[in-house]
Design a binder for this molecule. Sequence first.
Ligand code: ATP
Ligand code: MG
Length: 404
Amino acid sequence: MQNDRENVYIVRCGETALKGQNKPYFERMLVQKIKKMLKGTEGIAVERTDGLIFVRTTPDIPREDILKRVGRVFGVDSISPAHEIDITGLTADEALAETGKAAVEIMNGLIASKGIKTFKIEARRADKAFPVESPQIARRVGASVLKGCKVLKVDVHDPDALLFVNVRRNYVYIYEQKILAFGGLPIGTNGKGLVLLSGGIDSPVASFMMAHRGMVLEAVHYHSYPYTSERAWEKVKDLAKILTLYTGRLRIHSINLLPIQEQIVQNCPEDETTILVRRFMMRIAERIAQANDCMMLITGENLGQVASQTAEALVVTDASVSLPVMRPLIGMDKTQIMDIAREIGTFETSIQPYEDCCTVFLPKHPVTKPKLEKILASESRLDCEALIDAAVASEEISIIYPDD
Ligand code: ATP
Ligand code: MG
């Protein structure tokens, strides 16, 4: 098609656009993130004009690939593969004639591929200097389509094809779809947090949710090797790898909790094992967080889900640290959490049956309403600081990179 550059993607940045004076900052950040997500693909240009981001590609790059990758950038609200028509130097009549021609070609394509019978044109004049108003633009492009595609009729209520025409400075964009992305805010616009990442369903979802609000993540994982297997650790790395599709590379601190668990089992009441272990997990995480500039801890805890997540247990857990603990799943139902896990692609990996360090030394009847004084008394039988020091000193760091 003459005068038409296909393979343009209009990227809308929804919420980021609401940020008033911060808008340019968020948009620049977003362009950077999109570029990074598309890195390694030759011939792609990403630029920002008047509140929209345009990704230009070459025809050999599959559309699905672009949509998938750009769709994973937090801060992107929706994406439209679009036809771009250069109207630089054209009169309004000429510009609309060109637009009409392009619309006819697109509609002919849709008649052939989808057998559409009705259509509607929705027009928007982003460039107010363009002398024809939106309803008029829609009418004129619609008239071209009626003339060029004899089988089509207009249906403004329930059209088979809805074509958007967006008139901007120097270019007109025509597109059919608005493909919704995850929204949220670009990673890097909201601090850094340390997520306690298990091999379960919840913590990968909690990680996703915080990253989705712009937070940079780092992770800590606890194992009880040799009670937990190498395969259980592989599973955690597999989950992290899926997360990196959204977050980019991810560092995991892995820590053997077994020496601490053994001390607890030998010295403290059996029914307190779980809550005591959890307090150690938090304290070790706090140390790692502080050493790595993380401002908060993140867990996949969920009110009432298990004994260690009753309101009382959460209060006792929180009392072990001074950093804020974020629990983005706190008020959700398991089915909601599982839906998100499926959507982000972690579910199938999470449900693989490998033991977690929490299931080692699981008490038969864990306390559901722990009292802080009692827990502190139990802990006084342990050399907590030395145990934490030793655990932190034994950490191993793995860096997980996204698959290309
Ligand atoms: P998940 O599905 O994420 O494993 P869960 O429902 O199994 O969560 P718990 O096992 O009680 O719940 O753990 C609650 C939270 O504690 C997890 O979401 C995670 O943030 C953290 N956690 C549990 N086990 C580990 C571990 N082995 N390493 C790191 N963090 C852990
Ligand atoms: Mg778990």
